[in-house]
Design a protein around this ligand. Structure first.
Ligand code: GMT
Length: 379
């Protein structure tokens, strides 16, 4: 199939999933066209059947806001015509599903039928999409998509609760290339560079937005390091960074916390981690937790949204109510204090991650493309 993929070209999250999906589909023989405003971060290898088409939005002084949706719709029309793209898969409803629908209508005028698959990722539904400013447009774009997927059952339930959706929603969980994630003891896992042998390594990865509750990460770590030697690895950039740097200074633990910034090599950091913290306010899936688990790292998380579908309580880690720092601390120390227990949790974390193997999940998207193309009705 010739498939157009629209996504945010950013680190991790929906952009990471869309990029990995495109790369895997290309290995399975499909012709993949990424259409977005920058080359996706994880897309470091363009091959014969992986293409990247940049959406440009020229600045014009009249515009307070540059009309990205318009530029994207136009680019989609051009690229579909030029490359005979058969189906468009858009990741994150805002504004991609809306722009894709506009492109579909323009293409119809030219006698070209173009089905759209929309994947809902999280805040496009929960935090942003359901805001009254966006809700009518998001509802419209979901209902006009030819197939809709959500990355967890929880996100599907939220979508049905928050929007008047007429379509079926297929749950297709996020996936992981297990080959890329190394477990402790792999040759390039250089633990010694980051911590002393007796120090436990705690890790957090996110875009440091308020929804991630990164202050709770620091508070839980502060409590852990009072009980045992430990270091905290923070990966990512975002609006809460200054606040947590200050929190570390106030608590006198700055020397125990390493801020890595954005990294394309999280597998190298995860492979020597002992515990992963994800206390998010809401999380449709929690891809970072899955990446940790694939590296054999148990997860201490909140129990919100789709996290319990990924982090299995008592197996791959332990879950607490949002904001319950005391319970998260208790759980973290329970796992870390006993080496035998820690080893069991590590093994189980890896085992639980196997359910999300890309070789199992990517064919589900292929099947949805095939069904959508077969049943496509021109509206
Ligand atoms: O909504 C966001 O926070 C960003 C979004 C993204 O585009 O990175 O993350 C969401 O999608 C990820 C990939 O499907 C999920 O793993 C995250 O749980 C989800 N984030 C939230 O729901 C907060």
């Amino acid at each position: 199939m010739r498939i157009g993929i629209v996504c945010y070209p950013t680190f991790g999250g929906s952009g990471g999933v869309a990029t990995e999906l495109g790369l895997e589909l290309s290995k399975r023989g499909h012709d993949i066209h990424f259409i977005t405003y920058n080359q996706p971060v994880r897309l470091d290898l363009l091959s014969n059947n992986v293409h990247y088409h940049e959406v440009n939005v020229p600045e014009y002084p009249l515009f307070h806001y540059q009309p990205y949706e318009l530029a994207l719709s136009s680019k989609l029309v051009d690229m579909v015509k030029l490359h005979n793209i058969e189906i468009l898969h858009v990741h994150y409803a805002i504004p991609h599903a809306y722009a894709a629908y506009m492109a579909k209508k323009m293409l119809q005028e030219a006698g070209i039928n173009m089905p759209i698959v929309t994947t809902l990722h999280g805040t496009d539904i929960t935090l942003v999409g359901s805001h009254p400013f966006y809700k009518p447009a998001v509802t419209f774009s979901i209902n006009k998509s030819d197939a809709v997927t959500a990355v967890s059952q929880s996100l599907k339930d939220d979508t049905l609760r928050l929007f008047d959706v007429k379509n079926d929603i297929h749950v297709v969980p996020n996936f992981i290339d297990l080959e890329k994630y190394k477990v402790h003891g792999m040759p390039d896992c250089q633990r010694g560079m980051m911590a002393k042998a007796d120090e436990k390594i705690i890790t957090h990865i996110s875009n440091l937005r308020p929804v991630k509750r990164v202050q709770d990460v620091i508070s839980v770590f502060y409590n852990i390091q009072k009980e045992m030697p430990a270091r905290l690895m923070f990966i990512g950039e975002g609006p809460e960074k200054e606040s947590i740097e200050q929190q570390c200074r106030d608590l006198g633990i700055s020397d125990k916390v390493v801020f890595f910034g954005k990294s394309n090599e999280i597998d190298k950091i995860l492979c020597y981690s002992d515990l992963f913290l994800l206390p998010s306010q809401t999380e449709s899936f929690g891809l970072a937790a899955l990446e940790a688990m694939a590296s054999g790292v148990p997860v201490i998380s909140s129990n919100s949204g789709g996290i319990p579908e990924v982090n299995i309580h008592g197996k791959s880690g332990l879950l607490s109510d949002v904001g319950d720092v005391a319970d998260m601390t208790k759980n973290a120390i329970y796992i870390l204090k006993d080496e035998k227990r820690l080893k069991t949790f590590k093994e189980n974390a890896r085992k639980e991650s196997l359910k999300f193997d890309l070789h199992t999940i990517v064919p589900k998207y292929e099947a949805i493309y095939q069904d959508t193309l077969a049943n496509f009705l021109v509206l």
